[in-house]
Each structure stands twice: as structure tokens, then as C-alpha cells.
Design a protein around this ligand. Structure first.
Ligand code: NAG
Ligand code: NAG
Ligand code: NAG
Ligand code: CA
Ligand code: CA
Ligand code: ZN
Length: 530
């Protein structure tokens, strides 16, 4: 996907989906949530620190990290989360590890006496060394550095990467305004020649999580020190959502990654082999790979391209009530005991058509034959593309299955599925899809929330999310506000109050069908300590 397209898609979808993952329990009502991109970036946080190079690199680079193979890590990398860290920092470090495991072969494990390791400490600012020092090294996650994206950035330094604008060919892509740089800070804009670093045969990447922002080390708070040759990217450089596509390509090239740790399967149904899925032959109907039409658009392309975009369709307009068709995935081999199956579906028939998710797993003899019903979705007759997250818990080889069932003899439509992702990660506790967000933006006054339904986290606390489409304060009119609140739930008499030391993570989900390319906006916070 072109970088411009992917960022546009991302921007359009922020606020459309709110996924809330409460690993323990939610915060109290009206806690001031983090102000999104208003948050300072690494360089502002590190402003007073004198011992750093390029803003957040701990030692002046004298040896080349990116070309010197002795400075590459062996996986898994042993890590220590020291007691100095804030609770929220510990949580986001673990989340950053999971993003690496989803997209690459990089892996981490708790330290157990190894000679080389990463120790996460809360010192002043956010910084790292470049490459493996082979003696054990610190990564600082100081005050205000506790976001997933900042941890991802510092870990890319530790893995051997410099900032994007220090590439040897950077002058073809960005202009450095030397006169606008604060006195004595010019060395932060050094570039390295190609005998020192390699671009791993990738183009200059304005979207990189390793790029400076326009106002880095500036004298005058409104005048940039770095601007882009293609003006569009002035608003893009310095993004701190997640890895870019090129960041991932480079990481996987440098470490010769052949596979990722937690991605089991994904399918957009664009190819005729339908990702190796098969039709069950014991039932009385089949799913059909179907091309988008103006009346039935697929989810991947959303009807933007003619004669392309495919999805799977189960017809519910004919046959007897109860007719069913099973679509089965290929055989998959899980490594963890828990998976999250995410997919988009649309039910255009009468209310009552059913979409049932099954797994079929190893029966003990090596044959994948033991069926287990996991989740049933009943059509509401409302015709919209919806997202589903279904938790599977299997540690044996298995297939996942979609069963379409015609609900009644009067049904007249179809069940469609598209953009499936199966990862060995934990599903969010609450997923909220806000339809027609554009409409809400025009009709909701400032300071007015839209509220989600309440949901339970894994412990039993009940909570919900409020979204302020036009913001919470007139000071920040261009921002969407998001807040978490507790709901009264059936476990209230049993739960402990107040709910302290819990972390909540709110994600505005990028819907790129390739989960490894998603650049969602993510914020985490923890409830107060005693
Ligand atoms: C890491 O930081 C700790 C705490 O400041 C310090 O005692 C230790 O020497 C540092 N280790 C290295 C390798 O710099
Ligand atoms: C910053 O730049 C603006 C616009 O050129 C100018 O009006 C202002 O005086 C400058 N501020 C400082 C502190 O130099
Ligand atoms: C979205 O909401 C606006 C304002 O309420 C309304 O005018 C518009 O028709 C809605 N669009 C869709 C597709 O529902
Ligand atoms: Ca598709
Ligand atoms: Ca069949
Ligand atoms: Zn950096």
C-alpha cells in the first residue's frame, strides 16, 4: 500500500473504532485522559539532557551498529523491568514486545543470568544505545516516555537503527534549516555515510517511527528545523502511532526474519485460493468467493475500485430454513494457548440468520476432528459491515470454521465475511464500532459524549467508554476526547474498591486488512497507586 494512502486511511478511521483493552481494571470516572498528539515527543522530553546524541542515543556512535554484525542481537533478548519503572511503563513495554512479536522474529524473555540483556530503567528522559553492547545495557523509559510508540522507537535503536533523517541520502528528501537549530544542537542533525550505515535497500521513509518531527531542536517554537521535499509529508514526519511498513521491512531484513511469532493467519479473500480455506462437504450448501458490486461491496477496498475486491458469501435466500454451509480454514499450529480471531461480517438477510464460529481440533490421534462451538452471531437485519473479535483457546493443531445458517424460510439475503486476522494475542475486553462518525462530528456539540455499552474485563469489573467527537475542552477544538468510566455491574459486591494499579489501553483501530501494517493510535494509563 502506498504510504500516502495508508496514512490517509489511518487518519480517516481514527475515532471510528474504539477498542478498549483493560488488562486489569479501569480507571475512575473523569480522570483526565492523555491528550493524544498533544503529548510531548522524545526530544521535548529530553530537552535538558546534555549527554545524549541525536536526542536519544546514549553514546556517540563510533562503531557502526547497523553494518557491524557483532552488534546484532540473538533472540530472545533477555530483559529486566527494574523496580524504578512506573506501573504504566512496565505495561507499555510488554505491549511493545507484543508488537515486535506480531510483525517480526524479534522476541524477548525475562533475564536469567545471561551476559547480554536490556535493563529498562526510569532515568531522565527516553533513550537507548544503538545495537547490542554485549555487556548488558540500559534503556531509559523516564517520566512521560511511557507510550508504546516511544518504547518501540527506543527498542529500534537498541536493535541497531539510527534516526531516519541521518541516512546518507537524506538531503534528497528533507531540508535541514541550520539557522533555525538551537545553538550547540547542530550535531543532532548529522548524517552518516553509506560506509557506516545501510538503508537495507529501502527508500527514504517519511512515515518511519524513527523520523524527527518538524520542530525538533528549534530556536523558535513555531519555525521548523526540518521540512520535507514532498510537502504532504510535513504533516507526517515524526508520527508516533506505530511502526511503518518500511520500519518492519528493514527490521526483518536486518535480522533475516522468516516468520513472526504471533500471526497465525490472515485473509482478504482477494485471491482465488481463498487462503487455503476449504468447503465442508457434509453440509448442504457452500460459501462462494464473490466479487464486489455496487450493491455488495467487499470490506478490503470498500467499493473504491471497480471489478475488484472479493469476499466470501453464504446465500440465505433459498433452501430450507436451517440450511447451513461450513467454511474451514487450513490446519494451523498454535504456539500459545490463546488466540484472537478478528473478522468483518455483514448480514443482509432477515433478522435471525446465524453466523457460528467453530474450531475443529486434534482429537488426540493427530486427526483434526473434535468440534467445539465458540461463538454465535445472530443477524439483526441491519446490513452494515461489522467487526467481530472472538477468543479461541486452543493449544493443539486446529482449523477455525465459519458456519452460515439460513434463519427462516422468509430470509432473502446473504452472510458476507472478509478481512480475517488470527493472532496469538489477547482479544480486547470491549470493542465499539461507531458508525457514521462524520455525522456525529457535525451533530454533537463540544463537551458532549457518546457512550459505549458497558462490558466486563477479565477480572469482573464493569466499565464503558465515552467519546467526545468534537472534544472535551474548547482549548483543543480539533481533538476527539476519549474517557473511561466504571459502570455498575453484577460483581460489584465482590470486587475490591477502589480498583487501583490497573492498566487500561484505548486503541483507535486502523483497519488496514494486513494487521502487520496497522498504525493504530494507542494510549495506556493506570489507576492511582496507594
Ligand atoms: C544502568 O542504570 C543504573 C541505574 O542508574 C546504573 O546503576 C547502571 O550502572 C547502568 N548500567 C549501565 C550498563 O550503564
Ligand atoms: C518566532 O518567529 C516569529 C515569526 O517569524 C516571530 O514573529 C517571533 O518574534 C519569533 N520569536 C522569537 C522568540 O524569536
Ligand atoms: C450520518 O449522519 C448525518 C447527520 O446525522 C446524516 O445526515 C447522514 O445521513 C448520515 N449518513 C449515513 C450514511 O447514515
Ligand atoms: Ca476482500
Ligand atoms: Ca459445503
Ligand atoms: Zn531516537
Amino acid at each position: 500500500m502506498g504510504s500516502e494512502a495508508s496514512l490517509k486511511k489511518n487518519a480517516v478511521l481514527i475515532g471510528v473504532f474504539i477498542i478498549l483493552k483493560v488488562q486489569a481494571a479501569p480507571t475512575l470516572t473523569d480522570d483526565e485522559a492523555d491528550a493524544g498528539e498533544l503529548r510531548d515527543d522524545i526530544l521535548e522530553i529530553n530537552r535538558e539532557l546534555k549527554h545524549l546524541f541525536e536526542g536519544d542515543i546514549a553514546v556517540k556512535p563510533q562503531r557502526n551498529a547497523i553494518l557491524d554484525k557483532t552488534r546484532r542481537w540473538k533472540f530472545p533478548i533477555p530483559y529486566i523491568l527494574t523496580d524504578s519503572l512506573d506501573l504504566n511503563a512496565k505495561g507499555v513495554i510488554l505491549q511493545a514486545f507484543e508488537e515486535y512479536r506480531l510483525r517480526s522474529c524479534v522476541d524477548f524473555k525475562p533475564y536469567n543470568g545471561e551476559s547480554t540483556y536490556i535493563s529498562f530503567v526510569k532515568l531522565s528522559g527516553c533513550w537507548s544505545y544503538v545495537g547490542d553492547d554485549r555487556t548488558g545495557q540500559n534503556v531509559s523509559i523516564g517520566a512521560r516516555c511511557d507510550t508504546k510508540a516511544i518504547v518501540e522507537h527506543e527498542l529500534l535503536h537498541a536493535l541497531g537503527f539510527y534516526h531516519e533523517q541521518s541516512r546518507s541520502d537524506r538531503d534528497d528528501y528533507v531540508k535541514i534549516w541550520w539557522d533555525e537549530i538551537e545553538e550547540g544542537k547542530q550535531h543532532n542533525f548529522n548524517k552518516y555515510e553509506d560506509d557506516f550505515i545501510t538503508d537495507l535497500n529501502t527508500p527514504y521513509d517519511y512515515e518511519s517511527i524513527m523520523h524527527y518531527r518538524p520542530l525538533s531542536f528549534n530556536k523558535n517554537e513555531s519555525i521548523p528545523t526540518i521540512t520535507t521535499t514532498i510537502p504532504y509529508f510535513n504533516d507526517v514526519i515524526g508520527q508516533r502511532l506505530d511502526f511503518s511498513e518500511v520500519d518492519i521491512t528493514r527490521l526483518n531484513r536486518m535480522y533475516a526474519c522468516a516468520e513472526t511469532h504471533t500471526l497465525l493467519d490472515q485473509c482478504t479473500f482477494e485471491l482465488i485460493n481463498i487462503c487455503g480455506m476449504i468447503q465442508n462437504e457434509m453440509d448442504n450448501a457452500d460459501w462462494v468467493q464473490t466479487r464486489s458490486s455496487p450493491s455488495d461491496e467487499d470490506h478490503t477496498l470498500g467499493g473504491h475500485c471497480r471489478d475488484s475486491g472479493y469476499f466470501m458469501r453464504f446465500d440465505t435466500s433459498s433452501g430450507a430454513a436451517g440450511n447451513s454451509g461450513l467454511l474451514e480454514s487450513r490446519i494451523l499450529y498454535p504456539k500459545r494457548g490463546e488466540q484472537c480471531l478478528q473478522f468483518f461480517y455483514r448480514m443482509t438477510g432477515a433478522a435471525g440468520d446465524k453466523l457460528v464460529i467453530w474450531i475443529r481440533s486434534d482429537d488426540g490421534t493427530g486427526a483434526v476432528n473434535t468440534f467445539k462451538k465458540i461463538h454465535t452471531i445472530i443477524g439483526e437485519g441491519d446490513d452494515a459491515w461489522k467487526i467481530a473479535h472472538v477468543t479461541l483457546k486452543t493449544s493443539k493443531k486446529f482449523r477455525y470454521l465459519f458456519q452460515g445458517i439460513r434463519g427462516s424460510a422468509s430470509s432473502s439475503g446473504a452472510i458476507l465475511i472478509d478481512d480475517i486476522t488470527l493472532t496469538e494475542t489477547v482479544c480486547p475486553s470491549l470493542v465499539w464500532q461507531i458508525h457514521n462518525f462524520t455525522g456525529l462530528l457535525t451533530t454533537t456539540p463540544l463537551g458532549t459524549p457518546v457512550k459505549s455499552k458497558c462490558a466486563y474485563n477479565s477480572e469482573g469489573y464493569s466499565f464503558g467508554v465515552s467519546v467526545y467527537p468534537t472534544g472535551r475542552h474548547s482549548d483543543y477544538p480539533d481533538y476527539v476526547g476519549i474517557a473511561l468510566h466504571l459502570c455498575s455491574g453484577e460483581n460489584d459486591g465482590v470486587m475490591q474498591w477502589p480498583a487501583k494499579n490497573r492498566q487500561a489501553t484505548i486503541v483507535a483501530l486502523d483497519q488496514d486488512p494486513d494487521v502487520t501494517l496497522r498504525m493504530s493510535s494507542t494510549r495506556s494509563f493506570t489507576t492511582g497507586r496507594q
